[in-house]
Ligand binder design. Structure first.
Ligand SMILES: Cc1ncc(COP(=O)(O)O)c(C=O)c1O
Length: 385
């Protein structure tokens, strides 16, 4: 038998399997039956902002070559991303430190390969976004899981890091995070960033849900640490998932390594998506209207889900997720979600994807779908309990 590589053992991203199950259920419904409410997907239903689409139409009409771009991205887009750090965070980031990537997903292997070696140890709090662990493992890097609970809003702390022996080589944080929707507040992120820098631990800060924060203010690791790597994307706030476009803010020592890796692995991010992304920065009012919608959906669900049998919810300070502790209702969140889909017509993600030890007691609800669906979901779940 031929050998297969470490990557061949990568586990599925279970949310993608839940999406398939919800699609199948919807397709099997008789005409006129109530539709499946999609609370499993972390994908805005809103589509790209109009200004981004118009820019693409102009670019296509102009008949340009739309060939490869420089590996780190179109210079005007890199400059616009750098300016965004001044606008949002009052941070001075030179365009030379920005790398445009194929979504945040494409940024992860670049960052991990540039920063770590096989055998290195990279810490993160559970629950976590599953591809962190799956990509690290495929690259021969060992994930080190910090069990975080509601008392730290499912986020890591310096005290947890101090307890690790040996010290990890890296730390991944996400704020707002997926699946809990909780944040590291600016003072907490600053403390972690300073600790990592002082202890030679490479901090990777996933800031993909920036802009989707409802109460707490935002801070970027790019302003707090000269050694941190920041990952971001046009998928969430900018509502452009399928355009596959994201970015990295890199420390000086990793710019050229990431450029070389990107040249070899991707050549460049899609040219047309880069044109759209640059135009998306001018679409603030449309994007802010999306946020107002998420906020209303969040408030509605926080108010109504407890009475519908989900009283233990994460604080949900950002992103568009609620993480529900369902330990009083099941020991098997996968089966629980399958029943919820079959009987209530509401699709949600089992926590096992995000936390292999405790996830069987949790369910993630995403509230970025149509507002009317969110109200209907609360009603259906109240009837289902
Ligand atoms: C925390 C987090 N990081 C990264 C990604 C990947 O995003 P992208 O569409 O930019 O590849 C996601 C997608 O849901 C996410 O939730």
């Amino acid at each position: 038998m031929l050998k297969t590589g470490r990557g061949a053992a990568a586990p599925p991203f279970i949310v993608m399997d839940v999406i398939s199950a919800a699609n199948a259920r919807q397709a099997a419904l008789p005409p006129g039956a109530p539709h499946v409410i999609r609370m499993e997907v972390g994908q805005p239903g809103t589509g790209a902002p109009a200004g981004a689409v118009a820019a693409v139409q102009r670019a296509l009409a102009a008949g340009g070559s739309l060939g490869y771009t420089e590996a780190l991205g179109i210079p005007s887009l890199r400059a616009r991303i750098a300016r965004h750090y001044g606008d949002w965070y009052n941070a001075d980031i030179p365009a030379s430190r920005v790398a445009v990537t194929v979504g945040a997903s494409g940024a992860f292997p670049l960052a991990f390969l540039a920063a770590f070696d096989p055998g290195d140890r990279v810490a993160m709090a559970a629950p976590f976004y599953p591809p962190y662990v799956n990509i690290l493992t495929a690259l021969g890097i060992t994930p080190v899981i910090l069990q975080a609970g509601i008392e730290t809003r499912f986020q890591p702390t310096v005290a947890m890091l101090e307890r690790l022996s040996p010290r990890p080589d890296g730390l991944i944080v996400a704020s707002p995070c997926n699946p809990a929707g909780t944040m590291l507040h600016p003072d907490e992120l600053a403390e972690i960033a300073a600790w990592c820098h002082a202890n030679g631990v490479r901090l990777i800060s996933d800031e993909i849900y920036h802009g989707l924060n409802y109460d707490a203010p935002l801070a970027t690791a790019a302003k707090l640490s000269p050694s941190a790597i920041v990952v971001n994307s046009f998928s969430k706030y900018f509502s452009m998932t399928g355009w596959r476009i994201g970015w990295l803010v890199l420390p000086d020592d990793l710019v050229r390594p990431v450029e070389c890796l990107a040249q070899n692995m991707f050549i460049s991010a899609p040219h047309i998506a880069q044109v759209a992304a640059e135009a998306a920065f001018a679409c603030g009012p449309e994007l802010d209207a999306n946020i107002a919608r998420y906020r209303r959906a969040r408030d509605l669900l926080l108010a109504r889900l407890p009475a519908a049998g989900f009283p233990r919810l994460s604080p949900s300070e950002g992103a568009f997720y609620l993480y529900a502790d369902v330990s009083d209702r099941t020991n098997d969140s996968r089966e629980f979600c399958a029943h919820m889909l079959a009987e209530a017509g509401v699709a949600a993600s089992p926590g096992v994807d995000f936390d292999r030890e405790r996830g069987h007691h949790f369910v993630r609800f995403s509230y970025c779908g149509p507002e009317a669906d969110m109200a209907e979901a609360a009603e259906r779940l109240a009837g289902w309990r």
